[in-house]
Ligand binder design. Structure first.
Ligand code: SF4
Length: 701
């Protein structure tokens, strides 16, 4: 299947750079993907004028009822007349996004394209037929999304007209798919009942699905987070060549991610050397006034340095404070293309960006046949199968984890001179280089994603600690690729952070957990804050089925009765919704201060939480008085309860005013005698939170 965009739309896209979200549509082959795509193009006004009428007329003449999928066939035909932009990607606009809808012709092709970098998706729609329910292929495709690290997944339950728009049937399928996805830690962004054929739930909530209070497909597409622009990721320039001109040496390469400017201190991996950029060269030589001072991702540049150091093709240039890693052993998830299976001990050529090196396959595990998504149980990876391998490299090369930088975290494997596979770097055995200088000795540990993030958190903490909170936020935004979510509970610190984010227009997602038990004052402050800063604050609600079960079991105020009931309530109303709020995020901003509690002192300015998210607390080293003074000085709206000695304001039944001299956290869960007042919001592992053991949730927030 193939497609199209109206020429009108294409030119508009070029004129206005809007957030672009690549969304793959997956699901069982007969569950209505083409119908949904056709309907979406129609509902979003992306069909060329007159096209729909002419297809309907042709259908009528042939005595066939019109099907939305005909639209795609017709547009595919036009592709041959030169209208289509791409053979498997459908481009259209929603009110605030440009969408590239990737129709996966088959899961093996999709997997191969994603892993080898031929196409990339930031989000996914998983489609299920309401009458047929969850099928094997649905499960396979859900698992593929997990395998590829796609976190933004909306489930679309189609053909609701075939089951009489039965809400009960919808909830049955919802429960099944939610539980299946939760098995590998995936939480759906939304579950949407639709009839693509009739239009219900695609762009509008029609009377047939009046019971559905969630978003439509169009709403979801319009709120998927785009991938971070390549220019906003950390700097990476694979060196293509080094030229000698007169007495200058010019280092040439394409900026894969990030930006550079004359005067920047840069590091060369895997060498660990550093230098400053003396000039950015351009040919033909421009006149003095047009000599470039800076460049960004996508541009090819020639750099001269302020000192003579050895640089070679394959080296990777990074900002000195955030260098690429020097890697001599790595673990990757690979898609194998060669007809000769990949076996342990095989000698392969490994390419990462411009680096190239011989490597020996030291280990193979988790081999999966994507056709069945069953473990193959073999120690080799057959053609078109996926597996995880460890490769010992003949010498160190520069690389990143795929989760940190998709451009330099992807590898190509060659066997006997032929491209034979592609993969994503999952973990590396790295030689540590701090700020571009090799540390004494070589730290050789299999560095997991967590460890790499911990090293990044430590570097960021050093970098940010001397900055103001506003500059910390801006710098953090620059340093971190992907979505950053700020979770606010409208506390004093949260209000100051939101003010700083808004003042500098820093691009982060802002979300709040509406537990359903907040103070009326908090709801009023929420509305006032949205108005003051002109932005929507995304509300995350508890799952209604979990809430009903909770109240059935413990009663509406059961949390007063036992630690177990309190933990369960916090889990349903806060912890699970928080995991949903952070779904798809690379980093998290919170309003913690070190002096709030003993536990919080141990967290640090930038930390890594159990979800493997970088967590920034920009007010970490501020006192409450300093935050309060800042809020007053900047006329930031704050909760009136603060003036009545409510310090930490959470759910109304669980919060009281604090008496003079009492610690700040004493107002939370005052009936529990416990020093450590943390509810688990900041502590519980994302994966374990789907079905937490009550004991896993610490005692109080
Ligand atoms: Fe429930 Fe109280 Fe926790 Fe709010 S703070 S989620 S009401 S136990």
């Amino acid at each position: 299947m193939n497609v199209l965009v109206s020429p009108k739309t294409a030119s508009a896209h070029i004129a206005n750079a809007r957030p672009l979200v690549r969304t793959v549509i997956v699901g069982h082959v007969d569950h209505g993907k083409s119908t949904l795509i056709g309907r979406l193009l129609h509902e979003t006004g992306n069909i060329p004028d007159g096209k729909l009428d002419s297809i309907k007329a042709v259908s009528g003449r042939r005595g066939m009822p019109f099907e939305w999928s005909f639209l795609l066939d017709a547009l595919q035909t036009e592709r041959d007349q030169g209208i289509t932009l791409d053979t498997s990607q459908i481009r259209f606009r929603t009110p605030s996004r440009d969408i590239v809808l990737i129709d996966a012709p088959g899961h093996a092709e999709f997997l191969r394209n994603m892993i080898t970098g031929a196409s990339q998706a930031d989000a996914a729609l998983l489609i299920i037929d309401a009458a047929e329910g969850v099928r094997d292929q649905t499960r396979r495709h859900g698992y593929l999304l997990h395998l590829l690290g796609i976190h933004q997944v909306a489930v679309v339950i189609n053909k609701m007209d075939r089951v009489g728009f039965d809400e009960q049937r919808f909830h049955e399928i919802e429960a099944e798919i939610v539980s299946y996805l939760a098995g590998f830690g995936l939480t759906a962004t939304a579950i949407i009942p639709i009839s693509a054929r009739n239009g219900d739930g695609v762009a509008q909530r029609t009377p047939s699905i009046a019971w559905h209070t969630g978003p439509t497909v169009l709403d979801v597409l319009d709120h998927f987070s785009p991938a971070k622009p390549l220019a906003d990721l950390p700097l990476r320039i694979p060196v293509q060549a080094v030229y000698k001109f007169d007495d200058r040496r010019i280092i040439a390469g394409r900026i894969e991610t990030g930006r550079v400017a004359v005067g920047d201190e840069i590091a060369f991996s895997p060498r660990g050397t550093t230098a400053r950029i003396q000039s950015i060269e351009e040919w033909p030589v421009p006149d003095e006034s047009r000599i470039p001072r800076r460049a960004r991702a996508g541009q090819s540049v020639g750099l001269t340095l302020d000192r003579q150091i050895f640089v070679d093709r394959g080296d990777v240039i990074s900002a000195a404070h955030m260098p690429s890693m020097s890697v001599d052993r790595l673990r990757a998830r690979v898609f194998w293309l060669h007809d000769q299976p990949l076996a342990k001990g095989a000698s392969v050529n490994v390419r990462v960006a411009m680096s190239e090196c011989r490597g020996t396959v030291a280990m193979i595990e988790n081999v999966v046949d994507p056709g069945r998504l069953s473990a193959s149980g073999t120690a080799t990876i057959a053609q078109n199968h996926v597996g995880e391998i460890e490769i010992a490299l003949a010498h160190p090369i520069a690389a990143d984890l795929y989760a940190v930088n998709p451009r330099t975290g992807r590898l190509v494997l060659e066997l006997a001179g032929r491209i034979s596979g592609g993969g994503l770097v999952l973990a590396v055995d790295a030689q540590a280089h701090q700020s571009g200088r090799a540390t004494s000795g070589v730290a050789r540990d299999l560095r997991s994603e967590k460890e790499a993030l911990t090293a990044q958190a430590s570097r960021l903490s050093d970098l940010l600690k001397e900055l103001s909170p506003g500059d910390r936020l801006a710098c953090f935004r620059d340093a971190v690729g992907g979505k950053i979510t700020f979770t606010t509970s409208f506390g004093l610190e949260d209000q100051v952070i939101l003010h700083l984010l808004s003042e500098q227009a820093i691009d982060v997602d802002v979300a709040t957990l509406d537990t359903g038990r907040l103070f009326p004052e908090t709801y009023e402050l929420w509305a006032e804050t949205e108005q003051r800063y002109g932005r929507r604050i995304r509300a995350i609600y508890p799952r209604h089925d979990a809430l009903e079960t909770l109240v059935d079991k413990f009663g509406i105020n059961g949390f007063y009765e036992s630690r177990e009931a309190r933990s369960a309530c916090c889990h349903v109303r806060k912890v699970e919704p928080l995991n949903r709020a952070l779904n798809g995020a690379a980093a998290w901003i919170v309003g913690l201060r070190a002096d709030q509690s003993g536990h919080r002192q141990g967290t640090g300015l930038v930390a890594v939480d159990d979800r493997n998210l970088l967590k920034l607390s920009p007010l970490f080293d501020w006192s409450r008085d300093a935050v309060h003074a800042f809020a007053l000085a900047h006329h930031i709206p704050i909760n009136p309860l603060h003036t009545k000695n409510f310090l930490s304001i959470g759910c109304a039944p669980c919060t009281r005013a604090v008496a003079p001299g009492e610690p700040e956290r004493a107002g939370r869960w005052w009936w529990e005698q416990d020093e450590k007042k943390e509810c688990g919001l900041h502590l519980v592992r994302a994966g374990s939170a789907a079905h937490p053991h009550p004991e896993a949730i610490p005692s109080a927030r």
